[in-house]
Every structure is written in C-alpha cells, then in structure tokens.
Design a protein around this ligand. Structure first.
Ligand code: KG4
Ligand code: ZN
Length: 344
C-alpha cells in the first residue's frame, strides 16, 4: 500500500511517500523559516499562501524520485490538526482533491500522533505500551501510549510549550527564529549555573509543566543589562539546562508511576542535543530505554504523517471505505486523547 503524506500544519511543507512493505520511498521538506524570520514568528496568512505554492511541486518531485506515478497511490494522508487553520486547510484541500480524482481514501491525521509514532520507523523501535514525551512548538505533554490510537494524557504544560519557551527566550536574547536551534548553538559556549534560573514545577508531584515563568526570569536577567556575548551564552546554557532538568525529571517520574521502562521523546525540541544526551545518560543509569526519531524527523515533516496513516490502515478493524468519508474540516485544536483506536 502506497501512502502520500502531506504536512502543512505550521511553517514547514512536508510530503512523503511511504509504502507499507517497502518503507519510506521518498520525502521532501520546504522550510518557511526564512519567510517568517523578519517577523520573529510564524505569520499564519503567509504560511498558508506558501504551502499552496509548494505542495504540488514537492509532490511531483518525490513521485519522480520514487519512480512512482500518481495513479500508484492507494491513500492520501494529511495533517488535519492541530495547527494553523488556514495552513491545515491547504493540505486538507489538496489531499481531498487528489483523493477524489484518484478514487482513493483521504485520511486526516493528528499531527501529534505523527510525532509520537515516528520513532517506530527506526531500526530499534519501542514496543507498546510506552510513555511518550511530546515536546514541540505548540505542545508539551506526557502520554501513556497503549497502542496506535490509544493515548492517555498524564500531564501537560499549563502555559507555554517547551519549544515556545525556547522561541520566546531566543527573542529576548536577540536571536533569530526558530529559537530552539539558535539557543542550543549559543548554549554550547555558555556555562550553566553562572546565573540561576528556576526549574518550574520540578517538585510539583504531578506530570504538568509550566515554562512561562522561566521566560520571565530570563527577561529579568536580560533587562537593561547590556549583556556581553559570554553572558548571553551563559543565559542560554542555564535556560537550556533548566528545561532539560524539568523534562527529564518529569518523564522519569511518569515512567516510574506507570511501571514502564520505555520512553519515546518526539517533537521539535527532541532534536535538542543536550536533551538527548541527558536522556541517554539517565536511561543508562536507570536501566531504561529511550527512543528518538531520526534527527531529521523530530521537527515537522510529511514522513510521520504518511507513516501514521499506513499504521492506522494496517490496524485491526480499519475499513478503507470509512476513511475520508467524513468532511474535510480541519481541527486547529484537537486533544490527542480524543483520538480513537484503529477501528471502524
Ligand atoms: O515539532 P515542531 O517542528 O513543530 C511543532 O509542531 O510545533 O517543533 C518546533 C519547535 C520550535 O519551537 C523550535 O524552536 C523547537 O521545536 N526546536 C528546538 C530545536 N529544534 C527545534 N528546540 C530546542 N533545541 C533544538 N535543537
Ligand atoms: Zn510538530
């Protein structure tokens, strides 16, 4: 079964061809980062318009790379939410238009389910059940994953997402957008502990997070103090250390409470090397296993959407005639725990 995946939920246009037997055949990604950079964040209308320009040319490119024809497609998957409404609608309309023309199903996929299942594509993949830490620009959640489609929310951020905290703090430090990679790079030259930042909710005895106070603490350090390059690097390093401390501690506590030994770390912030290193170290010390998607599939991409659709379609009880029958409305807000199991 050959699935085309289309991701347009935010500022990356991602497309991919995933074959249920042959694996990933081709994929392409166009990042709009440069388009939004001068505004310091994503401008939704610009994002939608750019997705319109990119989706079809990128799709033609990957079909050619894979040596496939559009008529070889068995299904078209797209991100149906959560995300920017206009941006989501681009992927949804292209997917449904193509699916209608080809007489194949269109499947609306939950963006976070895509992130969450991406590590299953790796050679060394987790087995169900596992705990997943989803850390992206819009979400910070700990979930218990029983199987495809069965996600129980254990805790989440009460305010800013981890990625959002990176992005906002990067702005305070005069770095560009997206802020995560910029802070991570600056932090390499910094000395954590030179200044002190809080570890919000570290001892809250639950699995919730809060990152907006951390950003305010950075603001207090930065405000009116013309920091030199080294001092800015020190702030970046301490900020990153604070986020990593909280994410690691809460994830380990969630594993312990659930009696599980496998953790999946997914979403854009999962690309952070310091975070990966700390998780690997903790796993080695505690006899746990941590799984990440390949670095290039941590941030938004079409591969995870095609893959999640392929898994759903192979699930027990999935009936192809039920897919895509629903409308093509998108869900800018969509709790992952509302997703159903793979059944008709
Ligand atoms: O998953 P993603 O690509 O998009 C969303 O679904 O939100 O995540 C994007 C977020 C941004 O906030 C970005 O700053 C952050 O992931 N990010 C990072 C790194 N790479 C991307 N944060 C920390 N360190 C990184 N290396
Ligand atoms: Zn994402």
């Amino acid at each position: 079964m050959l699935v085309l995946g289309i991701e347009t939920s935010c500022d990356d246009t991602g497309v991919a061809l995933y074959h249920s037997d042959r694996g990933l055949l081709a994929h392409a990604l166009y990042s709009q980062a440069a388009l939004h950079a001068e505004y310091g964040g994503v401008v939704p209308e610009l994002a939608s318009r750019d997705h319109i320009r990119r989706v079809l040319p990128l799709t033609r490119t990957i079909l050619k790379q894979a040596g496939s024809a559009v008529t070889d497609l068995d299904a078209i998957a797209y991100t149906a939410g959560p995300g920017l409404a206009g941006a989501l609608l681009v992927g949804a309309s292209v997917a449904h238009g193509m699916a209608y023309a080809l007489g194949v199903p269109a499947l609306g996929i939950h963006h976070l389910e895509g992130h969450l299942l991406a590590p299953l594509m790796e050679q060394s993949a987790p087995q169900f059940p596992f705990v997943a830490l989803l850390v992206s620009g819009g979400h910070t959640q700990l979930m218990r994953v029983a199987r495809v489609g069965e996600y129980e929310l254990l805790g989440e951020t009460l305010d800013d997402a981890a990625g959002e905290a990176f992005d906002k703090t990067a702005q305070l430090l005069g770095l560009g957008y997206p802020g995560g990679p910029a802070i991570a790079q600056l932090a390499e030259r910094g000395r954590p502990g030179r200044i002190t930042l809080p570890r919000p909710m570290l001892h809250s005895h639950d699995f919730d997070f809060s990152f907006s106070g951390l950003k305010t603490a950075v603001l207090t350090q930065v405000k009116g103090r013309g920091l030199d390059a080294q001092a800015r690097a020190d702030v970046a390093a301490e900020f990153q250390a604070a986020i990593v401390d909280v994410l690691v501690a809460k994830s380990l506590a969630a594993l312990k409470r659930e009696g599980l030994a496998q953790l999946v770390v997914a979403g854009g912030v999962g690309a952070n090397r310091a975070l990966r290193a700390r998780f690997m170290q903790a796993a080695a010390e505690k006899g746990l296993q941590v799984f990440f998607p390949a670095l290039e599939f941590c941030t938004d991409n079409g591969v995870m959407i095609a893959y999640a659709a392929a898994l759903r379609m192979q699930g027990p009880g999935f009936r192809i005639e039920d897919a895509g029958k629903n409308d093509f409305s998108v869900r800018p807000r969509w709790p992952l725990s509302e997703l159903g199991r793979v059944s008709a």
